[in-house]
Design a binder for this molecule. Sequence first.
Ligand code: SF4
Length: 272
Amino acid sequence: MSAGENKLGRSLRGFNRYGSFFIAFVLLIELVLSYFYFMSYDHPYKRLLLNLILLILFFEIFLTVTMASISYTYRSNQVRSGILLFLQFGLKFMLPVCIAAAELLNSDVDDIRRIYIRINNALAAAVKREIRPEQVLVLLPHCMQNKDCGSKITEDIGRCAQCGRCRIGEVRELTRAVGARAAVVGGGTAARSLVREMRPDLILAVACERELLSGIADVGAIPVIGIINERPNGYCCNTSLDVKQFAEKLGCVIGACHSERSEESQTMRECE
Ligand code: SF4
């Protein structure tokens, strides 16, 4: 098994663990309420209790299908139109709950965040839209710049001399070749104001799991495709990027993926 597959398997195991705990917790509430329902004979609130039990039962089923949909999409890299609603619910509710629980326990957080990013990417790429290359904004983190480089690339990525000491030069060249825009940002605030200023139709963002998650939440309506960076020197110092993967995703967002859709199934293999 490759390192990538290992990571995918570990992420899924982490998500299944937290997702199952969450569902078990809701089930426990259901059982407690059911106990009170059956024990209270002529209670005036008995009908209300029954409605609540049925509502929680429906929620429980919804959670279970959501969990199965996330696992399926994560494994297969396919977004089926029939499970879109569950995936959106998973992104808005179930995955944030699992991430919050993992943060609380200080365990498997990045594993769950990776699932969130992958599902988000699949959904972002699955929406049918025409995107002109100049409406694509590539956002790179400042920590990708070689720490000994003096070029002020956060002001203008064009100042990169493409010396080869970091991946910024290659990314800049690839982006320029297809006519997309690219910028290096020093943090979330800079990224947000740049997005407000440039108003892109789609963002291709490179960052660590945590930054990607907060970036996706920050930009709201604009679809973001996240690429997790490589960190051979740890967080925030001379981080890197799989340029081949970046080139594939860039090519994909400006056209390649959209020609391969069918009504029933949208294969996201190239975008993922
Ligand atoms: S590739 Fe560009 S940003 Fe990276 S070290 Fe060289 S000049 Fe600096």
